[in-house]
Design a protein around this ligand. Structure first.
Ligand SMILES: [Zn+2]
Ligand SMILES: [Zn+2]
Length: 367
Protein backbone atom coordinates (compact mmCIF):
# COMPACT_ATOMS: atom_id res chain seq x y z
CA UNK A 1 0.00 0.00 0.00
CA UNK A 2 1.33 3.40 -0.93
CA UNK A 3 1.71 6.04 1.74
CA UNK A 4 -0.26 9.24 1.34
CA UNK A 5 1.76 11.16 3.92
CA UNK A 6 1.92 14.45 2.04
CA UNK A 7 -1.11 16.02 0.42
CA UNK A 8 -1.01 19.40 -1.26
CA UNK A 9 -3.42 21.78 0.42
CA UNK A 10 -5.44 24.08 -1.80
CA UNK A 11 -3.39 27.04 -3.01
CA UNK A 12 -0.18 25.15 -2.20
CA UNK A 13 3.08 26.70 -3.39
CA UNK A 14 6.46 25.03 -3.16
CA UNK A 15 7.78 27.67 -0.75
CA UNK A 16 4.58 27.80 1.27
CA UNK A 17 5.41 27.65 4.99
CA UNK A 18 1.92 26.30 5.61
CA UNK A 19 2.67 23.06 3.83
CA UNK A 20 1.18 20.51 6.21
CA UNK A 21 0.81 16.79 6.51
CA UNK A 22 -2.95 16.38 6.25
CA UNK A 23 -3.68 12.70 5.85
CA UNK A 24 -1.95 9.70 7.38
CA UNK A 25 -2.41 5.99 7.79
CA UNK A 26 -3.14 4.55 11.22
CA UNK A 27 -4.01 1.10 12.53
CA UNK A 28 -7.37 1.06 14.30
CA UNK A 29 -8.83 -1.53 16.61
CA UNK A 30 -12.35 -2.10 15.29
CA UNK A 31 -13.63 -4.79 17.67
CA UNK A 32 -12.36 -7.82 19.54
CA UNK A 33 -9.41 -9.06 17.44
CA UNK A 34 -10.37 -6.65 14.71
CA UNK A 35 -7.89 -4.20 13.20
CA UNK A 36 -7.94 -2.03 10.07
CA UNK A 37 -5.54 0.39 8.46
CA UNK A 38 -7.40 3.60 7.70
CA UNK A 39 -6.60 7.01 6.21
CA UNK A 40 -7.37 9.69 8.77
CA UNK A 41 -6.55 13.37 9.31
CA UNK A 42 -3.00 13.72 10.62
CA UNK A 43 -2.65 15.33 14.06
CA UNK A 44 -1.57 18.98 14.03
CA UNK A 45 0.55 21.03 16.40
CA UNK A 46 -1.79 22.93 18.70
CA UNK A 47 0.26 24.17 21.66
CA UNK A 48 3.58 26.06 21.45
CA UNK A 49 5.36 23.15 23.15
CA UNK A 50 3.96 20.49 20.80
CA UNK A 51 6.11 18.46 18.44
CA UNK A 52 4.92 16.57 15.37
CA UNK A 53 6.73 13.24 15.25
CA UNK A 54 6.89 10.84 12.33
CA UNK A 55 6.65 7.34 13.78
CA UNK A 56 9.41 5.05 12.58
CA UNK A 57 8.76 1.94 14.68
CA UNK A 58 6.26 0.72 17.28
CA UNK A 59 6.72 -2.19 19.67
CA UNK A 60 3.71 -4.41 20.30
CA UNK A 61 3.20 -4.38 24.06
CA UNK A 62 1.29 -6.92 26.13
CA UNK A 63 -1.10 -4.15 27.14
CA UNK A 64 -1.84 -3.34 23.46
CA UNK A 65 -2.60 -7.01 22.87
CA UNK A 66 -4.77 -7.06 25.98
CA UNK A 67 -6.89 -4.29 24.42
CA UNK A 68 -6.84 -6.14 21.09
CA UNK A 69 -8.12 -9.43 22.51
CA UNK A 70 -10.47 -8.17 25.26
CA UNK A 71 -11.24 -4.52 24.49
CA UNK A 72 -10.35 -3.41 28.01
CA UNK A 73 -7.80 -3.33 30.81
CA UNK A 74 -9.63 -3.13 34.12
CA UNK A 75 -11.81 -0.03 34.04
CA UNK A 76 -10.19 1.27 30.84
CA UNK A 77 -12.59 0.24 28.08
CA UNK A 78 -12.10 0.92 24.41
CA UNK A 79 -14.68 2.81 22.37
CA UNK A 80 -14.09 1.67 18.76
CA UNK A 81 -12.42 2.58 16.52
CA UNK A 82 -9.28 3.22 18.56
CA UNK A 83 -5.53 3.31 17.87
CA UNK A 84 -3.06 1.53 20.13
CA UNK A 85 0.73 1.54 20.45
CA UNK A 86 2.87 3.42 22.97
CA UNK A 87 6.40 2.01 22.59
CA UNK A 88 7.77 4.05 19.74
CA UNK A 89 10.74 5.45 17.92
CA UNK A 90 10.20 8.57 15.84
CA UNK A 91 11.71 11.53 14.04
CA UNK A 92 10.75 15.14 14.68
CA UNK A 93 9.18 16.67 11.56
CA UNK A 94 7.78 19.93 12.97
CA UNK A 95 8.12 21.82 16.24
CA UNK A 96 5.81 24.33 17.90
CA UNK A 97 6.83 27.97 18.33
CA UNK A 98 7.90 27.43 21.94
CA UNK A 99 10.20 24.44 21.35
CA UNK A 100 13.91 25.20 21.48
CA UNK A 101 15.53 21.88 22.42
CA UNK A 102 14.38 19.87 19.38
CA UNK A 103 14.92 20.36 15.66
CA UNK A 104 13.33 18.72 12.66
CA UNK A 105 15.17 15.55 11.72
CA UNK A 106 16.04 14.72 15.36
CA UNK A 107 15.37 11.06 16.19
CA UNK A 108 13.60 10.62 19.51
CA UNK A 109 12.36 8.08 22.01
CA UNK A 110 8.86 8.88 23.24
CA UNK A 111 7.80 8.98 26.87
CA UNK A 112 4.14 8.07 26.33
CA UNK A 113 2.88 9.92 29.40
CA UNK A 114 1.61 13.51 29.30
CA UNK A 115 1.21 15.01 32.78
CA UNK A 116 -0.32 18.20 34.16
CA UNK A 117 2.68 19.31 36.21
CA UNK A 118 0.47 20.98 38.81
CA UNK A 119 -1.43 18.28 40.77
CA UNK A 120 -0.27 16.93 44.15
CA UNK A 121 1.25 13.85 42.47
CA UNK A 122 3.24 15.83 39.90
CA UNK A 123 4.43 18.24 42.59
CA UNK A 124 5.53 15.26 44.71
CA UNK A 125 7.57 13.91 41.80
CA UNK A 126 5.08 11.13 41.09
CA UNK A 127 4.25 12.19 37.54
CA UNK A 128 3.30 8.61 36.64
CA UNK A 129 0.30 8.81 38.98
CA UNK A 130 -0.62 12.34 37.85
CA UNK A 131 -4.31 12.90 38.47
CA UNK A 132 -4.82 14.55 35.07
CA UNK A 133 -2.61 12.32 32.99
CA UNK A 134 -3.00 11.31 29.39
CA UNK A 135 -1.16 8.24 28.11
CA UNK A 136 -0.59 7.25 24.50
CA UNK A 137 -3.24 4.76 23.37
CA UNK A 138 -5.07 4.69 26.71
CA UNK A 139 -8.80 4.74 25.87
CA UNK A 140 -10.13 8.29 25.85
CA UNK A 141 -6.69 9.80 26.55
CA UNK A 142 -4.22 10.13 23.65
CA UNK A 143 -4.51 8.36 20.28
CA UNK A 144 -1.99 5.54 19.91
CA UNK A 145 1.30 5.58 18.07
CA UNK A 146 0.48 2.88 15.54
CA UNK A 147 0.12 5.66 13.00
CA UNK A 148 2.37 7.61 10.68
CA UNK A 149 2.37 10.70 12.92
CA UNK A 150 1.64 11.72 16.49
CA UNK A 151 1.78 15.04 18.32
CA UNK A 152 3.39 15.06 21.77
CA UNK A 153 4.74 17.76 24.09
CA UNK A 154 8.46 18.37 23.51
CA UNK A 155 9.13 17.20 27.09
CA UNK A 156 7.97 13.69 26.05
CA UNK A 157 10.41 13.53 23.11
CA UNK A 158 13.90 12.52 24.22
CA UNK A 159 16.72 12.76 21.66
CA UNK A 160 18.59 9.53 20.98
CA UNK A 161 22.06 9.13 19.46
CA UNK A 162 22.35 7.90 15.87
CA UNK A 163 24.21 4.86 17.18
CA UNK A 164 20.87 3.49 18.44
CA UNK A 165 18.73 1.66 15.89
CA UNK A 166 14.92 1.94 15.79
CA UNK A 167 14.49 -1.38 17.61
CA UNK A 168 16.63 -0.15 20.49
CA UNK A 169 14.76 3.16 20.62
CA UNK A 170 11.48 1.25 20.74
CA UNK A 171 12.69 -0.90 23.64
CA UNK A 172 13.53 2.22 25.68
CA UNK A 173 9.96 2.30 27.03
CA UNK A 174 9.78 -1.28 28.39
CA UNK A 175 13.37 -1.04 29.62
CA UNK A 176 12.49 2.13 31.54
CA UNK A 177 9.77 0.11 33.32
CA UNK A 178 12.30 -2.58 34.23
CA UNK A 179 14.70 0.02 35.58
CA UNK A 180 12.00 1.77 37.55
CA UNK A 181 10.79 -1.51 39.09
CA UNK A 182 14.35 -2.38 40.17
CA UNK A 183 14.67 1.04 41.75
CA UNK A 184 11.57 0.32 43.86
CA UNK A 185 13.25 -2.66 45.52
CA UNK A 186 14.13 -1.74 49.13
CA UNK A 187 17.70 -2.99 48.62
CA UNK A 188 19.11 -1.35 45.53
CA UNK A 189 20.23 -3.54 43.95
CA UNK A 190 18.83 -6.67 45.59
CA UNK A 191 21.49 -9.37 45.99
CA UNK A 192 19.28 -12.22 44.81
CA UNK A 193 16.16 -11.84 42.73
CA UNK A 194 13.63 -13.99 40.92
CA UNK A 195 11.76 -12.87 37.83
CA UNK A 196 8.51 -14.70 37.09
CA UNK A 197 7.63 -14.22 33.44
CA UNK A 198 10.28 -13.86 30.76
CA UNK A 199 8.46 -11.58 28.31
CA UNK A 200 9.79 -8.13 27.33
CA UNK A 201 9.13 -6.65 30.80
CA UNK A 202 10.70 -9.60 32.64
CA UNK A 203 13.71 -9.39 30.33
CA UNK A 204 13.89 -5.63 30.90
CA UNK A 205 13.97 -6.26 34.65
CA UNK A 206 16.70 -8.85 34.06
CA UNK A 207 18.87 -6.37 32.11
CA UNK A 208 18.28 -3.66 34.72
CA UNK A 209 19.20 -5.93 37.64
CA UNK A 210 22.28 -7.20 35.83
CA UNK A 211 23.43 -3.64 35.09
CA UNK A 212 22.77 -2.61 38.70
CA UNK A 213 24.90 -5.44 40.06
CA UNK A 214 22.48 -8.07 41.37
CA UNK A 215 24.52 -11.18 42.06
CA UNK A 216 22.07 -13.97 41.33
CA UNK A 217 19.02 -13.83 39.06
CA UNK A 218 16.51 -16.65 38.61
CA UNK A 219 14.02 -16.46 35.73
CA UNK A 220 10.93 -18.60 35.13
CA UNK A 221 8.38 -18.84 32.33
CA UNK A 222 5.95 -21.29 30.75
CA UNK A 223 7.74 -21.08 27.40
CA UNK A 224 11.19 -22.68 27.01
CA UNK A 225 12.08 -20.44 24.03
CA UNK A 226 11.66 -17.35 26.21
CA UNK A 227 13.93 -18.87 28.84
CA UNK A 228 16.60 -19.46 26.22
CA UNK A 229 16.55 -15.74 25.52
CA UNK A 230 16.68 -14.99 29.27
CA UNK A 231 19.75 -17.21 29.57
CA UNK A 232 21.38 -15.36 26.65
CA UNK A 233 20.55 -12.05 28.30
CA UNK A 234 22.26 -12.92 31.57
CA UNK A 235 19.98 -15.05 33.76
CA UNK A 236 22.00 -17.24 36.15
CA UNK A 237 19.29 -19.89 36.25
CA UNK A 238 16.13 -20.46 34.26
CA UNK A 239 13.28 -22.81 35.03
CA UNK A 240 10.27 -23.82 33.00
CA UNK A 241 7.03 -23.90 34.93
CA UNK A 242 5.20 -26.29 35.28
CA UNK A 243 7.73 -28.76 33.82
CA UNK A 244 9.76 -28.31 37.01
CA UNK A 245 8.86 -27.14 40.52
CA UNK A 246 10.45 -23.71 40.14
CA UNK A 247 9.89 -22.68 43.76
CA UNK A 248 11.57 -25.81 45.15
CA UNK A 249 14.47 -25.54 42.71
CA UNK A 250 15.18 -21.87 43.39
CA UNK A 251 14.95 -22.43 47.15
CA UNK A 252 17.27 -25.37 46.83
CA UNK A 253 19.90 -23.10 45.31
CA UNK A 254 19.44 -20.01 47.46
CA UNK A 255 18.75 -21.92 50.72
CA UNK A 256 17.39 -18.76 52.41
CA UNK A 257 15.22 -17.45 49.58
CA UNK A 258 15.56 -14.39 47.33
CA UNK A 259 15.35 -10.73 48.40
CA UNK A 260 12.88 -9.70 45.71
CA UNK A 261 10.49 -11.37 43.31
CA UNK A 262 9.52 -9.43 40.21
CA UNK A 263 6.13 -10.78 39.16
CA UNK A 264 5.90 -10.04 35.44
CA UNK A 265 3.27 -12.54 34.32
CA UNK A 266 0.13 -11.22 36.00
CA UNK A 267 -1.13 -14.75 36.69
CA UNK A 268 -2.62 -16.01 39.94
CA UNK A 269 -0.29 -18.98 39.71
CA UNK A 270 2.84 -16.85 39.61
CA UNK A 271 1.49 -14.52 42.30
CA UNK A 272 1.06 -17.65 44.44
CA UNK A 273 4.72 -18.57 43.90
CA UNK A 274 6.09 -15.20 45.05
CA UNK A 275 5.87 -15.44 48.84
CA UNK A 276 7.36 -18.93 48.92
CA UNK A 277 10.44 -17.76 47.03
CA UNK A 278 11.21 -14.87 49.35
CA UNK A 279 13.29 -14.71 52.49
CA UNK A 280 11.31 -13.29 55.44
CA UNK A 281 11.08 -9.53 54.99
CA UNK A 282 11.40 -9.87 51.22
CA UNK A 283 9.48 -7.89 48.63
CA UNK A 284 7.11 -8.78 45.81
CA UNK A 285 7.20 -6.26 42.97
CA UNK A 286 3.96 -6.76 41.06
CA UNK A 287 4.43 -5.53 37.49
CA UNK A 288 2.34 -7.97 35.43
CA UNK A 289 -1.18 -6.89 34.54
CA UNK A 290 -3.61 -9.62 35.65
CA UNK A 291 -6.40 -10.57 33.24
CA UNK A 292 -8.61 -11.07 36.29
CA UNK A 293 -10.35 -8.28 38.20
CA UNK A 294 -9.23 -9.84 41.48
CA UNK A 295 -6.17 -11.75 42.62
CA UNK A 296 -5.49 -13.30 46.02
CA UNK A 297 -2.63 -13.87 48.44
CA UNK A 298 -2.33 -16.30 51.31
CA UNK A 299 -2.23 -14.23 54.50
CA UNK A 300 -0.48 -17.11 56.27
CA UNK A 301 2.94 -16.86 54.66
CA UNK A 302 2.57 -13.18 53.75
CA UNK A 303 1.99 -12.25 57.40
CA UNK A 304 4.32 -14.73 59.05
CA UNK A 305 7.23 -13.71 56.86
CA UNK A 306 6.23 -10.05 56.77
CA UNK A 307 6.32 -10.00 52.99
CA UNK A 308 6.07 -6.57 51.40
CA UNK A 309 3.91 -6.09 48.30
CA UNK A 310 4.96 -3.24 46.03
CA UNK A 311 2.75 -2.55 43.03
CA UNK A 312 4.49 -1.04 40.03
CA UNK A 313 2.72 1.44 37.77
CA UNK A 314 4.59 1.84 34.50
CA UNK A 315 7.69 3.97 35.22
CA UNK A 316 8.68 7.36 36.51
CA UNK A 317 11.59 9.40 35.24
CA UNK A 318 13.58 6.45 33.86
CA UNK A 319 13.37 7.10 30.09
CA UNK A 320 16.66 9.01 29.85
CA UNK A 321 18.36 6.41 32.05
CA UNK A 322 17.11 3.67 29.70
CA UNK A 323 18.46 5.55 26.65
CA UNK A 324 21.82 5.90 28.41
CA UNK A 325 21.92 2.24 29.44
CA UNK A 326 21.37 1.09 25.85
CA UNK A 327 23.49 3.71 24.07
CA UNK A 328 26.45 3.15 26.39
CA UNK A 329 26.44 -0.52 25.43
CA UNK A 330 25.93 -1.63 29.04
CA UNK A 331 22.97 -3.73 27.99
CA UNK A 332 22.01 -5.45 24.74
CA UNK A 333 18.25 -5.43 24.23
CA UNK A 334 18.35 -6.94 20.74
CA UNK A 335 17.90 -10.63 21.73
CA UNK A 336 14.32 -9.84 22.79
CA UNK A 337 13.38 -8.37 19.39
CA UNK A 338 12.22 -11.46 17.53
CA UNK A 339 9.91 -10.26 14.71
CA UNK A 340 9.34 -7.30 12.40
CA UNK A 341 6.22 -6.26 10.47
CA UNK A 342 5.17 -3.29 8.36
CA UNK A 343 2.12 -1.17 9.18
CA UNK A 344 -0.09 -3.24 6.87
CA UNK A 345 1.01 -6.32 8.81
CA UNK A 346 -0.06 -4.87 12.18
CA UNK A 347 -2.91 -7.32 12.60
CA UNK A 348 -0.58 -10.26 11.91
CA UNK A 349 1.80 -8.90 14.55
CA UNK A 350 -0.99 -8.65 17.13
CA UNK A 351 -2.29 -12.12 16.31
CA UNK A 352 1.19 -13.56 16.68
CA UNK A 353 1.80 -11.90 20.05
CA UNK A 354 -1.70 -12.76 21.31
CA UNK A 355 -1.13 -16.45 20.56
CA UNK A 356 2.58 -16.51 21.59
CA UNK A 357 3.28 -17.96 18.14
CA UNK A 358 6.67 -18.61 16.54
CA UNK A 359 8.64 -17.88 19.71
CA UNK A 360 7.68 -14.21 19.56
CA UNK A 361 8.92 -12.04 22.40
CA UNK A 362 8.94 -8.48 21.06
CA UNK A 363 7.35 -7.81 17.68
CA UNK A 364 8.16 -4.43 16.17
CA UNK A 365 6.10 -2.73 13.48
CA UNK A 366 8.13 -0.54 11.14
CA UNK A 367 5.74 2.22 10.23
ZN1 LIG B 1 4.20 -1.22 27.04
ZN1 LIG C 1 -0.34 16.02 37.52
Amino acid sequence: MQSVGFIEPEGFKADNQDYRILIMKAAFLTGIRGMEIRDVPAPQIEAPNDVLVRIDAVGVCGSDVHYYTTGAIGRQKIVYPWTVGHECAGTVVEVGSGVSNLKTGQRVAIDPLKTCGTCDQCLAGREHTCRNQAFLACPGQLPGALAEYIVMPASCCLPVPDSMNDDEVTIVEPLSIGMYACGLAPENPPKRAAILGSGPIGLSVLLSLRAAGTEEIFVTDLLPERLEIAARMGADWTGCHPACDVVAEILDQTKLGVDCVFECAGQQETLDQCAGLLRPGGTILAIGIPQLDRVSFSPDIMRRNEIRLQNVRRQNGCVQAAIDLISSGQVNVMPMVTHHFDLDGSRDAFEMVADYRDGVVKAIINV
